[in-house]
Design a protein around this ligand. Structure first.
Ligand SMILES: NC(=O)c1ccc[n+]([C@@H]2O[C@H](COP(=O)([O-])OP(=O)(O)OC[C@H]3O[C@@H](n4cnc5c(N)ncnc54)[C@H](OP(=O)(O)O)[C@@H]3O)[C@@H](O)[C@H]2O)c1
Length: 238
């Protein structure tokens, strides 16, 4: 038994792959979701079939009062929670000149402010633990087409390093920065295949590539403040 992991945005896509993999590793799962209730229940059923516990924690990250209730609720149900995966995110297109205040606030609230305060609350509740922030390979580049999104992930990247320093030695903080893993909802696989021709390894990854990096960071407890780019070399492109 490893204790419990809280995975935000764990009902679908990459978050779901992370939750399933952590359950296989022996963690009980606190699965956060916002709108994907049906999918979250499916994941919970699957996990419970494997003999691990899984409890659902709905929370809309645009409502900070709800956000501040999330960590206490998780620790009430699972006092042995030792792992937080900050995975939930929104990904919206827009250059600087197209960015409204609403878009900026949505990107920075969900992708940066919420992980910031979940980290603080987790560190207040957990004696010894590990936080993994899911960043983005774009954090190493100046990707202006997704201006506010990219900037929010750059902030999360720096936050990973700074919080690792402040929260040591009892809490480790690391990051995983995926590249071309799953197409955004309005795009298809062909779109990702096309983009992948422009990165060094010339192929896309899959959610299991992200999972492997997470498991590596969990197993190697001498790493903190690190970010693993799981992106086929995308971060090397100017
Ligand atoms: N997909 C990729 O190829 C890729 C590439 C680079 C980085 N990443 C990063 O990897 C992580 C997972 O990527 P993904 O594509 O699987 O993510 P995603 O599908 O875009 O979003 C993950 C989850 O975030 C949750 N979320 C969105 N708005 C929310 C809100 N207002 N309150 C609470 N939760 C909210 C959603 O939960 P509900 O469905 O329950 O509403 C959603 O399922 C993200 O951090 C992303 O930035 C992904």
């Amino acid at each position: 038994m490893k204790g419990t992991a809280l995975v935000t945005g764990g009902a679908r896509r990459i978050g779901r792959a992370i939750a399933r993999a952590l359950a296989r590793e022996g963690y009980d799962i606190s699965l956060h979701y916002n709108s994907s209730e049906r999918e979250a229940k499916e994941v919970a059923r699957e996990i419970e079939h494997t003999g691990r516990r899984c409890r659902l924690f709905p929370c809309n990250f645009t409502n900070m009062a709800e956000v501040f209730r999330l960590i206490p609720a998780v620790f009430d149900a699972f006092p042995d929670c030792t792992l937080l995966i900050n995975n939930a995110s929104v990904f919206e297109r827009g250059r600087l000149m197209d960015t409204s205040e609403e878009l900026f606030d949505r990107q920075f609230t969900i992708n940066f402010k919420v992980p910031f305060f979940l980290t603080r609350e987790f560190a207040r509740h957990c004696k010894r633990g590990h936080i993994i922030n899911i960043i983005d390979a774009k954090a190493a580049r100046s990707h202006i087409e997704y201006f506010a999104y990219t900037l929010s992930k750059k902030a999360l990247y720096e936050f990973t390093r700074m919080s690792a320093k402040e929260l040591a030695p009892n809490i480790r903080v690391n990051g995983v920065a995926p590249g071309l893993i799953l197409p955004p909802p309005e795009k298809d696989d062909a779109y990702l295949e096309r983009l992948s021709k422009h990165i060094p390894l010339q192929r896309r990854g899959d959610p299991q590539s992200v999972v492997k990096a997470i498991l590596f960071l969990i197993r190697n407890d001498y790493i903190t403040g690190e970010c693993i780019f799981v992106d086929g070399g995308e971060h090397l492109i100017n």
